[in-house]
Write a protein that binds this ligand. Structure first.
Ligand code: AMP
Length: 212
């Protein structure tokens, strides 16, 4: 199964990707996580993109496409994968098609802006294993400690209020056209999230993918 998870930042894509990944035994491919790991390791790529992420802008398609192509060629991707945060532009979606990638479905996580702004402000992520929590909606067992690997939880640099606003704008300008792109290919499956809990959204996702 090859899935695309589409939705504004903070829509819950990473959290739901983890659930789907565990259920189907396929990896989540997150360009955001790949870029943040490069930044943390201070690689040439990391140094190149650090300011772009901090400003809430998108990294260029020319950087993203080879990155995701290399990741998709790794052996754990043979049975499929979940694309979280990629494609982010029509050019990236076309680039994936040119690589021969045919997805089974594009789940569109539809969440009101107000919900997302609250969520991103309270988001805490693990820099080691990428698990995501929320201070009130999905708190870790011990404050600021990752339930999964025990390392410290941190606030992502791009979860600052001004950057959140810019990321929402960027979504509307550059990523939302993908809804039409994949609707035209009969792939879009809407997930109306409202302010549903993580568990309720997971149930909806499994039902939509006929895994329930
Ligand atoms: P995410 O973790 O998916 O919210 O991504 C965090 C940031 O990484 C974004 O705001 C972009 O700056 C960058 N990024 C991640 N994925 C992409 C992509 N597919 N295309 C361009 N920039 C991306």
């Amino acid at each position: 199964m090859k899935l695309i998870l589409l939705g504004v930042p903070g829509a819950g894509k990473g959290t739901q990707a983890a659930q789907i990944s565990a259920r189907l035994g396929i990896p989540t491919l997150s360009t955001g996580n790949i870029l943040r790991a490069a930044i943390a390791a201070k690689t040439p790529l990391g140094l190149q993109v650090e300011g772009i992420l901090a400003g809430g802008e998108l990294v260029s398609d020319e950087v993203i496409l080879p990155l995701i192509k290399a990741r998709m060629e790794e052996p754990d991707c043979k049975a499929g994968y979940i694309l979280d945060g990629v494609p982010r532009t029509v050019a990236q979606a076309e680039g994936l098609e040119e690589l021969g990638v045919e997805v089974d479905a594009c789940l569109f996580f539809d969440v009101p802006d107000a919900v997302v702004i609250d969520r991103l402000g309270g988001r805490r992520t693990c820099g080691t294993c990428n698990a995501a929590f929320h201070v009130s909606a999905n708190p870790p067992n011990v404050a600021d400690v990752c339930d999964v690997c025990g390392d410290a939880l941190t606030i992502r640099a791009d979860d600052e209020p001004e950057t959140i606003r810019r990321r929402l704008e960027v979504f509307r300008e550059q990523t939302a056209p993908l809804i039409d792109f994949y609707t035209a290919r009969g792939k879009v499956k809407p997930i109306p999230c409202g302010d549903k809990s993580v568990e309720e959204v997971t149930a909806l996702v499994f039902q939509t993918l006929e895994l329930a």
